[in-house]
Design a protein around this ligand. Structure first.
Ligand code: 6GU
Length: 227
């Protein structure tokens, strides 16, 4: 997979991709992540990329020309499965969407800053808008990091233990069960006996029951979608 990220703040985004699983995925050429800045596509000496909004609202808007030139320079080189704009008014990010995006070859991510990008860039180029939750970030960059992380870990071969990504919370519509490692007793608290039993059928039934119970307690809204 190739991911092209348009941002004026690449330095804000680089470190999450320079550690752990996402780093290894790049080293193994399972994913390439490239950063591009609209500042390189301005034609004024100050490299201005934002301007006041029409209508007199507060804040600044990213101008369409530099973004358009950058997007078109990328489109000249390859086609994209999706051109994604990260925005709080986008589709709420869910595991199902991450699963389908993990099967794509080329993704373009556009991070807005200030009040966002000129609507015409969205109208002309963007075909998917994603939000990572009902709260406001200072820009799309951190949301793009979240999106990339959730997609890349799903690319086949990226997570060593193949079953691991499939047993995550949400992957089957339920929250994950509690997990334990050594020691068997910690500060007086015991690991549930069933997990020590070696009986995998029983363990699986217990995990499922705990998943259901946790979901019922914490996220009953998820049970409506689960069958
Ligand atoms: Cl994608 N962008 C911004 N700026 N804020 C957000 C968001 C995105 N998702 C939730 N809040």
């Amino acid at each position: 997979m190739r991911i092209d990220i348009i941002t004026i703040l690449p330095e804000l985004m680089k470190s999450p991709f320079e550690a752990s699983i996402i780093k290894r995925a790049q080293e193994k050429n399972q994913v390439e992540i490239h950063f591009h800045t609209p500042r390189d596509f301005t034609n004024n000496v100050h490299k201005t990329i934002d301007d006041k909004p029409y209508g007199g609202m507060a804040g600044m808007v990213m101008m369409p020309e530099p973004l358009s030139l950058l997007i078109e320079s990328l489109l000249e080189k390859r086609s994209y499965d999706k051109i994604i704009y990260l925005t709080p008014d986008g589709e709420p990010l869910k595991q199902k969407r991450a699963n389908s995006l993990s099967l794509c070859q080329n993704l373009m991510l556009i991070c807005g800053h200030y009040k966002g990008i000129d609507q015409r860039i969205r109208d002309l180029y963007v075909n998917l808008e994603i939000s990572i939750g009902d709260y406001v970030l200072t820009g799309g960059e951190l949301a793009a990091c979240v999106l990339v992380d959730t997609i890349v870990r799903l690319i086949p071969g990226v997570i060593g233990n193949e079953t691991s990504a499939l047993t995550d919370s949400f992957q089957d519509g339920l929250l994950a069960p509690p997990i334990y490692t050594r020691p068997e007793v910690f500060k007086g608290l015991e690991v549930p006996k069933v997990l020590l039993s070696g009986n995998f059928e029983k363990i699986e039934a217990w995990n499922f029951q705990m998943s259901q119970q946790r979901t019922q307690e914490r996220r009953p809204d998820l049970l409506d979608e689960f069958d």
